[in-house]
Write a protein that binds this ligand. Structure first.
Ligand SMILES: [Zn+2]
Length: 198
């Protein structure tokens, strides 16, 4: 049987290609559907691990510090991500609260824990226990982690409410903004490289 190590499958249309080594700023596109197959990743394992640990700290800030504070005529109120999920769960759309909790809180933290676990062992060029399980879950969770959507929603809320009340963006919102960008960089499609590296 031919070796499949050097093959890559387009995740959008299942077309099979041979892998190529990319130079800086290069990416390969599927000739059939135009989807991105490979993107140059200049980060070393140490850098990825450092970014993952930083993202973990940011996740704590995002979840335990207020995303925004509002005040009107001396009355003040502030809300964290957890508060927003709790508020949703008490309304008529409990299902949405569950989806929001998964997309904003649970999926990102599982991704980060798995990444730190895999990369911690990768530092000494070892596959961590349960490597295949971790890598499959990293791939499965990718579409569920929607921090950037949450960030966009929070920013729209801040801008819309600013016309009615005194709105102050909180530490949580700034942490969320940086965390969203970092998650795209560290938990994106490039995670697949670890299959080859280890
Ligand atoms: Zn394709």
């Amino acid at each position: 049987m031919a070796s499949t190590d050097q093959l890559i499958i387009c995740e959008h249309c299942d077309c099979v290609y041979e892998k190529v080594t990319l130079a800086k700023h290069q990416k390969t596109l599927c000739s059939r559907c135009g989807g991105v197959l490979q993107r140059y990743n200049g980060l070393t394992i140490e850098q990825r691990l450092a970014l993952s640990l930083t993202a973990l700290v940011l996740w704590v800030f995002t979840n335990f510090y207020p995303v925004m504070s509002i005040s009107l005529k001396g009355l003040k109120n502030s809300a964290t991500l957890w508060d927003s999920v709790l508020a949703l769960s008490q309304g008529p759309i409990t299902f949405i609260a569950m989806v929001a909790a998964i997309a904003m809180i649970i999926a990102p933290i599982i991704q980060l824990v798995l990444l730190i676990w895999v990369l911690g062992f990768a530092l000494s060029h070892q596959r961590c226990p349960g490597f295949k399980f971790c890598m499959r879950w990293l791939e499965t969770l990718r579409p569920w982690s929607m921090l950037e959507v949450c960030l966009l929603g929070a920013m729209v809320a801040v801008i819309k409410l600013a016309g009615l009340l005194d709105v102050l963006p909180g530490i949580g919102l700034f942490a969320l903004a940086v965390l969203s960008l970092m998650m795209i960089r560290i938990a994106g499609r490039d995670v697949r490289d670890l299959w080859d590296t280890l």
